[in-house]
Design a protein around this ligand. Structure first.
Ligand SMILES: Nc1nc2c(ncn2[C@@H]2O[C@H](COP(=O)(O)OP(=O)(O)OP(=O)(O)O)[C@@H](O)[C@H]2O)c(=O)[nH]1
Ligand SMILES: [Mg+2]
Length: 319
């Protein structure tokens, strides 16, 4: 036992720390619902977190992210490392089959005590999803997983936001299809710490890797870290050891350059901002009651502008 827990969520937190996977699953459901109970759990477990290497894996749909994650799990398991996975399932139409697909592809690990895989559904708002993902990572971290992989489909700004919370972001590209243009379009170039050119069994893989290299050399010359480009064939596990090595080297670079502390501070700042924004709004909403809807109606009817309506709500005295 690494941490003793004060407080009481019917000892769920303690059981999670002791490596009980069912307790972890239950705890994750609680944070996913975003209820008070979930917040309490995060509060109890937060001191035990902060040790894991958090790795985002993102890229366009179908590029082979889940297959790669699966292969990475196999690689790190062979070294005795414990691996947690959060697969963020966006509400986009193509994700319908993806959840089942993820489950099948990753199912070889379900009986392994050193692996934990969780799919998060994007019910409700995007802010809700990134909060739930962040909390899930904290819980897996506290549960002692050495590496935590967060798979997101890099289809939009929201997924990019989630990926930004990782310490190391792997962007998965595939050969052909004007992928270089796609990468820029999705804003993925800027967040990539490591590139995987997956499906390297395709003849155009080398060309794609070279194209990426050229673009990176133009865009990134000022940075200390030059994102490596690793060719992989996830289905055969080829290149996966090199990918793992690139990921580990990035973590080492972050630690040695002082950027790890910087990224952690940025993440802390984002988290505090998010929690405060939500909490302040909740408090205000509670205090002003029906006046909120009344203000909305006035603005909609063009009787008042949003600035003065907001000022009035904020200046309302405590009743
Ligand atoms: N030829 C080839 N096919 C691959 C490779 N890696 C993955 N695939 C196949 O590509 C398809 C999509 O793989 P997934 O791992 O589900 O891709 P994904 O990026 O997780 O997909 P979404 O989560 O739906 O965005 C599957 O049929 C895989 O078998 C590879 O290296 N070469
Ligand atoms: Mg997937």
């Amino acid at each position: 036992m690494r941490w003793a827990v004060v407080g009481n969520s019917d000892n769920l937190a303690q059981r999670l720390l002791n490596g009980d996977k069912r307790a972890l699953a239950r705890a994750l459901s609680k944070v996913e619902r975003g209820a008070m109970e979930g917040q309490q759990l995060v509060a109890e477990l937060f001191p035990a977190s902060g040790n894991a290497h958090i790795i985002g894996v993102t890229g366009s749909p179908g590029t082979g992210k889940s297959t790669l994650v699966n292969a990475l799990i196999r690689h790190w398991r062979s070294q005795g490392k414990r691996v947690g996975v959060v697969a963020v399932d966006p509400s986009s139409p193509y994700s319908g089959g993806a959840v089942l697909g993820d489950r099948i592809r990753m199912s070889e690990h379900t009986n392994d005590a050193g692996v934990f895989i969780r799919s998060m559904a994007s019910r409700g708002t995007l802010g809700g999803l990134s909060r739930a993902t962040g909390d899930a990572v904290t819980l897996l971290d506290a549960a002692g997983y050495d590496l935590i992989l967060v798979e997101t489909v890099g289809a939009g700004q929201s997924e990019v936001e989630i990926a930004k919370e990782a310490q190391t972001t792997v962007v998965v590209e595939v050969p052909g299809l004007g992928d270089d243009v796609q990468a820029i379009k999705a804003g993925l170039m800027e967040i990539a710490d490591v590139f995987a050119v997956n499906k390297a069994d395709h003849p155009r893989a080398q060309q794609t890797a070279l194209g990426l290299r050229m673009m990176l050399d133009i865009a990134n010359h000022a940075y200390l870290w030059k994102p490596p480009i690793v060719k992989t064939i996830a289905t055969r596990g080829e290149g996966v050891d090199k990918l793992a090595e690139a990921i580990e080297q990035h973590r080492q670079f972050l630690a040695e350059s002082g950027q790890l502390a910087q990224r952690q501070r940025k993440r802390a700042s984002d988290e505090l901002f998010r929690v405060l924004r939500r909490e302040l709004f909740r408090q205000l909403r509670e205090r002003v009651g029906d006046d909120y809807e009344a203000a909305v109606a006035r603005i909609a009817a063009r009787e008042q502008d949003p600035y003065s309506a907001a000022r009035e709500l904020l200046e309302r005295p405590e009743s």
